[in-house]
Design a protein around this ligand. Sequence first.
Ligand SMILES: [Zn+2]
Ligand SMILES: [Zn+2]
Length: 377
Amino acid sequence: MTDRIFEMHWICPGCGGECRGRDERCNGPNGQAGCGAARPASVRFFLPGAAPEVTDPELVADALSGPDWTCDHCGGANNGGASSCASCGNARDARDAATPTRLHAPGEMPSTGAAAAPVRPSRRMAEASPAPDAGDGRMFAWILGICALLILVAGWLILGYSSETRVTVTALPWTRTIAIEELKTLHEDGWSVPAGARVTDRDRRIRSWRNVLDHYETRTRSVTRQVADGTESYACGMQDMGNGYARERTCSRTRYRSVQDTETYQEPVYRNEPVWDTFYEWDIDRWVKVRSPEAHGDGEPRQWPEAVATGDRERVGPRQETLSAALRDENGVVWVEGLREASWRRLERGTQITVERDIFGSLQSIRAADGHPIVLN
Ligand SMILES: [Zn+2]
Ligand SMILES: [Zn+2]
C-alpha cells in the first residue's frame, strides 16, 4: 500500500498569514498577497483538519524530493532538490541545515498553527484575561472563612456557655434493698450441659446444614476464540517530511476473527447435608430472687431492711443502695438520683448549694455548700 501525502500549512512570522507548505516565502493564504518573508528554519508545520490528499504528480514529486534546507548565508529556505540557494545563489554545503523530519503518533500531529509563530498578543487580551478568575476565587474564600467563623462562635456558645444558680436542698431520699434468693430446680435444654446439671433426656437432632461436593457433571458451553485471518493495514502515524508535506504512515498487523466453539467442562454439583448433634434436657438448681425487702427514708440515719431467709433453700443475696437529692429553685424541684455516698453526705436539708446549667438548661455540675463537687455514681 502506498502512503498518502498531504500538504501542511505554516504561519508567517512576519504577517501572521497562513501559508501553504509548498511555499518557501510568504505568499499569504492560498498563495495570494503575502508579505514575502522567508520561511524561517524554525518553522512549525501543521496539518489542517480537512486537508485533502495530494494527488497532483508535480506536488507529489515536490513532496518526495526530500526535506528542505536553510541557507547558512541568507536564511532562505530551499527545495530539497536545489543545489544552490534560490535567494542568494550560494552553493549548498555542509553548514546548510536540512529541515528536521519528525514522526508523529496517530492523533499527535499538530492541527493548528497555535504557538507555531510568536504572534504578538494584543494588549487588550493580555490585560483582560486573568482578572475575573482570581476575583471569583477570592470572594469564595471570603464567604467560606466567614461561615467557618460563625460555626466556631456558635460552637463556643453552646459548649462553653453555662449559668450558675443557687438552689435549696429540700430532701435527701435514700432506698436500701436486700435480695432474698431461693434455690429452685429449673428445667432447661440446649446443645451443651452446664456444670451441676442432671440430664433428664437426650435425642439426636439436626443442628445445622452444610454444602458438600456431591459429584461432577459434564456440560458444554459456547466459547469465543480469536483466530488469525490474514493481515490488515492501518494508519500508524504521520511523518512530517520537512518540506511542507506530511506522509501518512501505514503499518500492517494480523487481523483476527471471532470463532464460536463449544467446549466441555466439569461442573461441580453440591448437596445440602445435615449436621447431627445431641440435644439435651436437664434439671439444674439455680438461685433465683424471690423477694426484696426495701427500706427508705429522708436523710440520716439510714438502716437496712429486715431480711430473713426461711428454710434451707433460701439465702440472703446482694444489697443495694440508691441515694438521691431534691433541689428546688424558682422554677420548681429537680430530682437528682444516683449520688455517691461521700457526695450525698456533704448535703444537708435546708442549705443552699450552687448548680451550673448549660445553654439548654440541663444540669452540668452541682457543688456542695463547702464548694466540693457532687459526684454521681
Ligand atoms: Zn507574511
Ligand atoms: Zn542564501
